[in-house]
Design a protein around this ligand. Structure first.
Ligand SMILES: Nc1ncnc2c1ncn2[C@@H]1O[C@H](COP(=O)(O)OP(=O)(O)OP(=O)(O)O)[C@@H](O)[C@H]1O
Length: 677
C-alpha cells in the first residue's frame, strides 16, 4: 500500500487552528502506521466511490481515497464541509494525459452556482456574451488536461464565470486556459501524454498535487510545514531542471515570482543528496542569503545529512571566507578609496583625454575585473562589454592612472573584491580544494565579471553539473550586461524559462510586464521570453496616481494604505517602496499619515522580498531614472544599458506585490510610467 497526500489536504490543514492541526496530524500518523485503517473510525462516503472519512474529533473529518494499492490523504475539514467536499470529487487518471486528477463533479444544472460558490460573493452579472473558449475543440482541451466532464462547461464559460472556473479545474488545465484568455496559444500547453501502464501518480502534472511518503518520519516532516506548498509540490517545469543531470552549466529564468528561488533551493538540496557533495547555495546579498538559508533549513529538516553538505551564504561572504582560509584576511579597498586615487592621479596630470567617471568604470569592468597588472596586458585585453573603443595612445594615457591606483592600493596593503575572486579562481584552476563541488547561484543576473570568472573556474574544475544558475535578465539592477560564454560559462542549450507566476496577480504581472520587452536576449544570444507567462490568481487592477505635488501624493498613498488596512491587510503585509535614500522621507510620511508601522524600503533593498500590498511612490520625472546616475555615466555608449537597469528597478518594485499595487508620483511622472498608461 502506498501512502500519499494531496496539496488539497495540506492547504485545508493550513486553514485549521493549530490545536485542530495537531489532532489531524495524529490521525494522519495513525493512518500511516495502520494503512488498512482497522483501528480508525472510517466511514464510506456514499456518493463518491473510493472516498472515506476518518474521524479526527467529534467535529473534524479527514477525507481519504482508498483503492487497494493507494491511500490518499485528500482533504480535511469540519464534518459537513468535509462530506460536501468528498461528495463532489472523483479521483481519476485523465484520459489523454494519464495524470491522476482530483476532479470536481460538474453540477450541470447549476454550473454558475458552482463557480460563484468557489470564489465567494460574486454579484449576478449582466449577461456577458464573450465566451473565450467557445471555439476550442475537445481535442485541444483534452490535450491540456481538461477533464472530459468539463469540456462543455469550459466552452460555455463567459467573462463573469471564467475566474471561478479556473479555481475548479486541475492546475495544468487552468494555466493553459488562463494563457488563452489573455492572448496565448493553447498549443503551447500540451501536456505529456499517457504511457500505457504508467503510474498515474508519477505523471509530472500529478506530482504537483500528490506526493507519496515513504514512512511516518517523512509524513511528519511534510505536515509540519503545511504552508510551504513550494517545498513539496513543484510545477513540472520547475521539477525538470531540478532533477536533470545537466551536462554543463544550466540556467533557469522566468518573470518575477515564477519560483526561480524555489528551483535554486530544490536543486541545491537535491545535489546535497549525493555522498561526498559539498554544495554552495548563494546569491548576491546577505539578507537574500539569510532568507534562502531559512528555507533550506525547512527543506532539510528530515534529511540532516543533506543539511551538512549544504552551505548557504552570500557570494562575497563565501569568497571572503575561502580567501581568508587560503591567504589570510583580506583588507578590502572601498569604492571611494579607488575613486580618490583616480582623482588624485588626474590632478597630478595623468590620464589626459579621459574623465574620472569613465576611468572608474574602466577600472571596475576591465582593469580590476581582469586583474590587469601592467601596460602590456592592458594593451592586449579585449575590454569585453565596453562599448567605446580605445586606441593604443588612449590606453597608454589611461594606464598612467591605473598604474598609480595599483601603486597606492599596494602601498596600503589593500586588495579589491576582483583580486579576491581572481586569486581564488587561480587556486581552483591549480587544482587546490575550494571546498565546493557544486555552486547554485540565485539572482545570477547581477553577477559581476570577477564573480563570473571565478565561477567559471569552479565549473571547469568540477563535474558537468557543477554550476546551476537562476535569474531574470529583466531584473538586472546592479550590473551592465556582459558575455558569460566568453568568460567560460556557456549555458547555451541548457537554458529554460519558467512560465507560471505564483506570486503576483494576473493584473499586477501584466502591468509590470509592460515595462519590459517580450523578450530579452543576453550577450550570448540566449533569449528569455515572457510571453505565455500566467499567474495563478486574479486580483484588482493596479492603481496609478500622478498628482500635482508631494502633499497630494502623500494623501493619495496614505488613503490607499488605509483602505488596505481597513480590508484586513496586516501592517507587515504592506510596504512602501521608493527609488533611493533621498525619497525614503516621502515614503515614511505616507506610512505615518496612514497611521501604520510599515516597511519603507528602497527598490534595491526590496529585491527578493514580497508583500500582499505595495505602494511604489516618488515616481517623479527626475527621480526615475535617477538623474544623478545617468549624469555619472562615464561612457556615453553605456547610457542605454544604465537606463535599462533603472527601468528594471521599477519592474522589481512593482512585482514585489502579490494582491495590490499602487504606483504614485508627481506629474508628469517617470517616463517609464508612459508604458503603463
Ligand atoms: N510550486 C510552487 N507552489 C506554490 N508556491 C510556489 C511554487 N513555486 C514558487 N512558489 C511561491 O511563489 C512565490 C515566488 O517564488 P520565488 O521567490 O521563488 O520566485 P522568483 O522567480 O525567484 O521571484 P523573483 O524573480 O521576484 O525573485 C513565493 O511565495 C513562492 O513560495
Amino acid at each position: 500500500m502506498i501512502l500519499l497526500y494531496a496539496s488539497t489536504f495540506t492547504k485545508a490543514l493550513g486553514r485549521l487552528t493549530s490545536a485542530e492541526q495537531k489532532q489531524v496530524k495524529i490521525t494522519a500518523f495513525d493512518l500511516a502506521q495502520d494503512e488498512a485503517g482497522n483501528g480508525l473510525q472510517l466511514h464510506r462516503v456514499d456518493k463518491s466511490p473510493g472516498f472515506w472519512t476518518a474521524r479526527v474529533s467529534q467535529d473534524l473529518r479527514l477525507v481519504l481515497h482508498k483503492d487497494g494499492a493507494h491511500t490518499l490523504l485528500a482533504y480535511v475539514d469540519h464534518h459537513d464541509a468535509a462530506y460536501r467536499w468528498a461528495e463532489r470529487r472523483k479521483l481519476v487518471p485523465h484520459e489523454r494525459t494519464g495524470a491522476m486528477q482530483l476532479v470536481q463533479i460538474v453540477e450541470r444544472t447549476e454550473e454558475h452556482l458552482v463557480y460563484t460558490e468557489s470564489v465567494g460573493a460574486v454579484a449576478p452579472q449582466p449577461a456577458a456574451t464573450h465566451r473565450p473558449f467557445a471555439t476550442l475543440s475537445d481535442d485541444a482541451l483534452l490535450n491540456v488536461g481538461v477533464p472530459r466532464d468539463w469540456l462543455e462547461a469550459v466552452r460555455n464559460a463567459d467573462e463573469a464565470s471564467v475566474d471561478g472556473l479556473f479555481d475548479l479545474l486541475p492546475d495544468e488545465a487552468a494555466e493553459a486556459l488562463l494563457d488563452v484568455a489573455t492572448g496565448g496559444r493553447i498549443e503551447d500547453h500540451v501536456a505529456a501524454t499517457a504511457v500505457a501502464g504508467a503510474d498515474p501518480f508519477a505523471h509530472p502534472d500529478a506530482q504537483r498535487r500528490f506526493r507519496a511518503v515513504a514512512g511516518i518520519e517523512e509524513l511528519k516532516a511534510a505536515l509540519d510545514a503545511p504552508f510551504a506548498q513550494w517545498a513539496v509540490f513543484l510545477h513540472p517545469a520547475q521539477r525538470a531542471p531540478v532533477t536533470r543531470d545537466w551536462q554543463g552549466p544550466a540556467r533557469v529564468s522566468g518573470s518575477a515570482g515564477t519560483g526561480k528561488t524555489i528551483v535554486a533551493l530544490h536543486r541545491a538540496v537535491r545535489l546535497a543528496g549525493t555522498e561526498g557533495a559539498r554544495v554552495l547555495l548563494t546569491t548576491f546579498s546577505k539578507p537574500l542569503a539569510t532568507a534562502l538559508a531559512d528555507k533550506a533549513m525547512l527543506m532539510t529538516e528530515a534529511v540532516p545529512e543533506r543539511r551538512d553538505r549544504l552551505t548557504v551564504r552570500a557570494l562575497d561572504q563565501a569568497a571572503y571566507d575561502l580567501y581568508a582560509a587560503a591567504f589570510g584576511q583580506p583588507s578590502l579597498a572601498t569604492a571611494s578609496q579607488v575613486r580618490a586615487a583616480i582623482e588624485a592621479a588626474m590632478k597630478d596630470g595623468r590620464g589626459a583625454g579621459h574623465d574620472a567617471a569613465f576611468l572608474l568604470e574602466e577600472w571596475d569592468e576591465v582593469i580590476d575585473a581582469w586583474g590587469i597588472a601592467d601596460a602590456q596586458s592592458y594593451a592586449a585585453v579585449p575590454r569585453l562589454g565596453r562599448k567605446t573603443r580605445l586606441g593604443p595612445k588612449q590606453r597608454e594615457s589611461a594606464w598612467e592612472v591605473f598604474a598609480y591606483v595599483r601603486e597606492r592600493l599596494g602601498e596600503r596593503g589593500l586588495t579589491t573584491w576582483a583580486d579576491v575572486y581572481a586569486r581564488l579562481g587561480e587556486r581552483v584552476a591549480a587544482g587546490k580544494d575550494i571546498r565546493f563541488t557544486h555552486v547554485v547561484v540565485d539572482e545570477a543576473q547581477d553577477l559581476s565579471v570577477a564573480q563570473a570568472r571565478f565561477l567559471a573556474a569552479v565549473g571547469r574544475a568540477g563535474g558537468p553539473d557543477a554550476l546551476f544558475f537562476t535569474g531574470d535578465l529583466g531584473q538586472r539592477i546592479f550590473r551592465l550586461p556582459f558575455s558569460w560564454a566568453k568568460l567560460g560559462i556557456d549555458v547555451r542549450g541548457r537554458a529554460t524559462v519558467l512560465k507560471v507566476c505564483y506570486r503576483t496577480s494576473h493584473q499586477i504581472r501584466q502591468t509590470a510586464d509592460r515595462l519590459l520587452g517580450r523578450e530579452i536576449t543576453d550577450q550570448d544570444g540566449v533569449t528569455e521570453t515572457r510571453t505565455g507567462t500566467v499567474s495563478v490568481f486574479d486580483g484588482l487592477e493596479p492603481v496609478l496616481a500622478l498628482v500635482d505635488d508631494t502633499v497630494a501624493e502623500c494623501d493619495a498613498v496614505a488613503a490607499w494604505l488605509r483602505a488596505a488596512l481597513a480590508e484586513g491587510f496586516a501592517p507587515d503585509e504592506l510596504a512602501v517602496l521608493v527609488r533611493g535614500q533621498g525619497q525614503l522621507g516621502r515614503g515614511r510620511a505616507a506610512a505615518k499619515a496612514a497611521g501604520a508601522d510599515l516597511r519603507v524600503l528602497t527598490m534595491h533593498d526590496a529585491k527578493g522580498l514580497e508583500f500582499r500590498g505595495v505602494a511604489v511612490m516618488a515616481l517623479d520625472e527626475d527621480v526615475l531614472p535617477d538623474a544623478d546616475r545617468l549624469a555619472g555615466v562615464g561612457d556615453i555608449a553605456d547610457l542605454e544599458a544604465v537606463q535599462d537597469t533603472e527601468r528594471h528597478l521599477l519592474y522589481v518594485a512593482a512585482t514585489r506585490a502579490r494582491d495590490r499595487l499602487m504606483l504614485a508620483g508627481v506629474a508628469p511622472g517617470s517616463e517609464f510610467l508612459d508604458d503603463l498608461k
